[in-house]
Design a protein around this ligand. Structure first.
Ligand SMILES: [Zn+2]
Length: 302
């Protein structure tokens, strides 16, 4: 599996997992966009005095095994939190295997309950009974914040008052990850018109990295939304053999207009992004601790 990483320039020689106790690791934030075929799974890794791990989405039921292996390979034997942006199978399907194979301290989602809202798919019944009865379960809406070392996750969507739309995707959780000046917007399966509504309700949604909503489908974001995010890099989590034709040529064309470099899990495999507090990022061929291989560097700031 090819691995592309975007890595802080100055910190490549410091290893988190193997750092001796008397050497404080240089604080870093890694975002691992795991290739799960159809679906999303993003591992957020804080490297610092106390390592911390949050998994945003878990892939589909078939690739849950791969996500579990990846988490362990990255160095985690437990997760501080698993966040399910919305309970669709390509985002929540890996949770069963992961949460039964390693300790997951908290599970959060957007509170959506399709089973009780008239969708008879048994997956939703199993999902809600697996997650909602846990003491450490929480439904998150806009305004909630979650610490990740010196970084922070802020939930930007769905709004506390809800968002009326026939599709769950319109209420997918959207998360802004901040570390110093660095910002990454994880858009889950957000679709229009919710994306434009989000852009109009939040004063600043600009981000260095955008995880494209809804696998880069045509409805993944209007020009208004994308121009306000103004990403340098867009990551599309998509299956090479999906039946939906994702990502759409229209969405990719919009990415060109906003000047973003597009990375895709179907072509690039696992994508690892390492961020500096300054906002500086660079792209390397391998996991940051496994050796050199810088592909591309972005200067600090925007
Ligand atoms: Zn999806």
């Amino acid at each position: 599996m090819r691995i592309i990483a975007i890595c802080a320039i100055a910190c490549l020689t410091l290893s988190c997992a193997t750092t001796r106790a008397h050497i404080a690791p240089s604080p870093r934030l890694l975002l691992h966009f795991i290739d799960v075929g159809e679906g999303d799974a993003i591992l957020l890794q804080w490297i610092g005095h106390r390592p911390a791990w949050i998994l945003v989405d878990t892939g589909n039921p078939v690739t849950g095994d791969r996500v579990l292996d990846y988490i362990r390979m990255a160095g985690a034997d437990e997760l501080d939190m698993a966040i399910i942006t919305h309970p669709h199978m390509d985002h929540a399907g890996g949770l069963f295997q992961i949460a039964q194979s390693m300790k997951v301290r908290a599970i959060c989602d957007n509170g959506e309950d399709p089973w009780n809202n008239g969708d008879p798919n048994n997956f939703y019944r199993w999902y809600t009974s697996f997650t909602r009865a846990r003491p450490a379960y929480r439904a998150l809406v806009a305004g909630a914040t979650i610490p990740l070392g010196e970084a922070e996750l802020e939930i930007l969507w769905p709004p506390a008052g809800g968002f009326a739309h026939e599709y769950i995707n319109a209420r997918s959780m959207v998360i802004m990850v901040r570390f110093g000046q660095f910002r990454a917007l994880l858009a889950g399966d957000l679709i229009e018109p919710a994306a434009t509504a989000l852009a109009r309700s939040v004063s600043d949604i600009s981000a260095h990295i955008l995880k494209a909503g809804h696998h880069g489908a045509d409805d993944a974001g209007s020009m208004e939304f994308l121009e306000k995010v103004a990403p340098k890099v867009v990551v599309v989590s998509v299956d090479s053999d999906n039946i939906n034709g994702y990502p759409s040529s229209e969405f990719l064309a919009r990415m060109k207009v906003v000047g973003a470099r597009t990375l895709r899990t179907d072509r690039d495999g696992d994508i690892v992004i390492e961020a500096q507090a300054s906002g500086g990022i660079s792209i390397v061929k391998s996991l940051p601790d496994s050796g050199p291989g810088v592909l591309e560097r972005f200067p600090d700031g925007r």
